[in-house]
Design a protein around this ligand. Structure first.
Ligand SMILES: [Zn+2]
Ligand SMILES: [Zn+2]
Length: 231
């Protein structure tokens, strides 16, 4: 038996009498000393337990125990509330990520549908208002395209992308322009959704999205907005 084995046995049974336990004790002064300490502690324990406990002390111990139990239950309740809160945060986070996972093109089409009434507007908006709306979004226009009938600094999508939403009436019907300021797509792409044709392209530090019944005016509008935003 080595010291580690002796200490392990000592912890389980200080009065052990097994031959190898006794032999190690006689060969190892430090382990012998450890056993003497353990036995002394055992003796004190036995003496303490044999003393009649005053009634008041017994009550105090009982009270302490029930208080500890109550505190433990409260902690459990608190722990389960934390678990629920954590699960909620996780669920909301995942839902947020799902919304975020929608492509900007889809978010733009949904935004168009949520404000369809502005498609009917035809009266031109003053150029100064267009400039001011872009400035509100931190974008300085180099020039203002003609024929804008609606402009607003709309939040787009569930994550409320900072954007400027515009409508430009054309011979083929209203052309919706949504410039997303805070997210830039990697590459240009044409798409079709809900009977609408669309084009999204990286422009400046954001994304320009064009939406209309036909793509006839996309080339012209893209050139206009490239000149206005990128210069
Ligand atoms: Zn030893
Ligand atoms: Zn809008």
């Amino acid at each position: 038996m080595n010291c580690v084995e002796f200490r392990r046995q000592l912890a389980i049974e200080p009065q052990a009498t097994a031959a190898d336990f006794v032999r190690h004790r006689t060969e190892c002064p430090r382990c012998a000393e450890a056993q003497a300490r353990a036995l002394a502690f055992e003796g004190e324990l036995v003496r303490a337990l044999s003393v009649a406990v005053p009634a008041q002390l017994a009550e105090a111990i009982l009270l302490a125990q029930t208080t500890a139990e109550r505190r433990r239950r409260t902690n459990l309740r608190r722990a389960s509330m934390f678990a629920i809160a954590a699960a909620l945060v996780l669920a909301i986070g995942v839902a947020g990520m799902r919304a975020e996972a929608k492509p900007l093109s889809v978010q733009a089409v949904e935004h168009l549908h949520s404000e369809e009434e502005v498609l009917a507007l035809t009266a031109p908006v003053p150029a100064a208002e267009v400039v001011r709306t872009f400035a509100e979004r931190g974008v300085t226009l180099k020039q203002v395209p003609d024929g804008i009938s609606f402009v607003a600094p709309c939040p787009v999508g569930a994550s409320k992308h900072r954007s400027v939403h515009l409508v430009m009436p054309t011979e083929d019907g209203p052309l919706t322009v949504i410039y997303i300021v805070d997210q830039k797509v990697a590459t240009a792409a044409d798409f079709e959704r809900d009977g609408l044709r669309g084009r999204s392209l990286p422009l400046g530090s954001g994304t320009l999205i064009l939406l209309a019944r036909t793509s006839a005016e996309f080339g012209r509008a893209e050139a206009q907005w490239r000149a206005a935003i990128a210069g």
